[in-house]
Design a binder for this molecule. Structure first.
Ligand code: AMP
Length: 441
């Protein structure tokens, strides 16, 4: 099957040629035609499968074939994403695929000042990509409404649920016009996600690519039993011993991620961390350095890493195992992209053995057990001290970034879900209100 077979509008075909896409990926082959016909869609697909184009191309085609004047403070296509990084990536994809069209795409997410975003959407946009929390902020401030939505895309639904976005999501869905096309994507489809989809999908076409087990089968999975306190020494050893092009190291918590980076720095190994306590600017810089190969180790929490598309990851290291088996599948799916072989190494402490069992049951694969290296006790004794904690940056009230990590009032949840909403600083509330007032007057 070729892109030509879909009959997509010429400017879209031109953009695909510019991107040098030759053939549609399996999820695109299955989704584009039913979406062009106006069906609702329920898709099981992970990032890296080409799912963004699977929903972006037919949505853009719809805009071309149904031209309409932009209405203020609303959009025609609404895409909800659980994380800022994924939202930014989706926004970029829409801009890319729509570069020969006269369309306006806006991306809104928390962690950056709202007034700029209010301005961005003031005169209306064709496509809005948003995280649910920030979208509700805009709506509550009367800076946006959803009456104009014709296509609604919910991406990474399982992650939305994990992050406590269900209540905001339900509020948003209630505000959508009845007549619309719905697209629902999730990397996994456990019962509660399927039930969530059923609440707003009408007779959807069901598509599915890369069943979970296939990813797991392509990755060489190793596990080492090690005390929690000695994992840092093992990590330092593994990073020196293995031939690593680019590795993603997963921790369960944000503080854990920072600690790993400081220990690595202490041992003279460069790494960057990405998680919800970092400012947006820091997260973007860390990702860029990793993507461009300036730094080959990225330490991340699950949610921060979700949806990030970086090619050439040779190793995924589970410094801590996730307690949800599906999360493990997401993690190791970061390597072995596009048919490449990857290696996943898990450090399993005593209290994580049950997690490993559950993972093996879910993936229907067994990890190869690797013994601790010879002389490991010596390595633990000689482990260099962690680098000093960096002084927290002073918050910059002008751009809302550089928030001091140790004074953050956020709970230990990532991103801007309802549960993790931070009380706003007075100054910005005033600024926002003024902006809204000015806009409404
Ligand atoms: P996604 O799963 O949407 O994050 O896409 C993963 C990667 O595949 C992105 O870098 C896309 O640019 C790329 N991609 C998507 N569709 C195609 C295609 N048909 N041919 C080649 N690359 C593609």
């Amino acid at each position: 099957m070729k892109f030509e077979d879909f009959g997509l509008a010429d400017p879209i075909m031109k953009a695909l040629a510019a991107k040098r896409y030759e053939n549609p990926t399996p999820i695109q082959q299955q989704s584009i035609r039913p979406l062009l016909e106006g069906h609702d869609l329920c898709g099981i697909a992970q990032t890296g499968t080409g799912k963004t184009a699977a929903f972006a191309l037919p949505s853009l085609d719809y805009l071309v074939r149904n031209p309409k004047a932009r209405l203020p403070v609303t959009c025609r296509i609404l895409v909800l994403s659980p994380t800022r990084e994924l939202a930014a990536q989706i926004g970029d994809s829409f801009r890319d695929y729509g570069r020969f069209l006269n369309i306006r795409v806006a991306t809104v997410f928390g962690g950056v000042p709202i007034h700029r975003q209010i301005k961005q959407v003031q005169s209306g946009v064709d496509v809005l990509v948003a995280t649910p929390g920030r979208l509700l902020d805009l709506i509550d401030q009367r800076a946006f409404h959803l009456n104009g939505v014709e296509i609604f895309v919910l991406d990474e639904a399982d992650q939305m649920m994990d992050m406590g976005f269900i209540a905001p999501l339900k509020r948003i869905v209630k505000m959508l016009p009845k007549q619309r096309q719905n697209l629902f994507f999730s990397a996994t489809m456990p019962r509660e996600i399927a039930d969530l989809g059923a609440q707003f999908l009408h007779d959807p076409v069901k598509v599915s690519v890369t069943p979970q087990a296939t990813t797991a089968e392509r990755v060489r999975q190793l596990a080492t039993f090690v005390n929690q306190m000695e994992k840092q020494a093992l990590l330092t050893h593994v990073l020196r011993d293995q031939d690593i092009d680019r590795a993603l190291i997963f921790t369960r918590t944000k503080h854990g991620a920072d600690r790993v980076v400081r220990f690595l720095e202490g041992a003279g190994i460069a790494a960057v961390a990405i998680h919800g306590n970092k400012s947006q600017a820091q997260r973007t810089a860390a990702l860029q350095a990793f993507r461009q190969g300036q730094v080959r180790l990225l330490v991340a929490t699950d949610i921060a890493a979700r949806g990030i598309d970086v090619s050439g990851v040779s190793h995924v290291i589970n410094f801590e195992l996730p307690n949800v088996p599906e999360q493990y599948v997401h993690r190791i799916g970061r390597t072995a992209r596009a048919g490449a072989e990857g290696i996943a190494i898990s450090f399993v402490a005593d209290d994580e053995r049950a997690y490993l069992k559950a993972i093996e049951r879910t993936t229907k694969t067994r990890c190869e057990i690797v013994r601790l290296p010879d002389g490991f006790a010596e390595m633990v004794r000689n482990l260099p001290k962690p680098a000093q904690r960096k002084r927290p940056e002073r918050p910059n009230p002008r751009n809302g970034e550089g928030r001091p990590a140790n004074r953050s009032r956020r709970r230990n949840t990532e991103n801007e879900g309802q549960a993790a909403r931070r009380p706003r600083r007075r100054k910005s509330v005033g600024a926002h209100k003024n902006a809204v007032k000015k806009f409404n007057s």
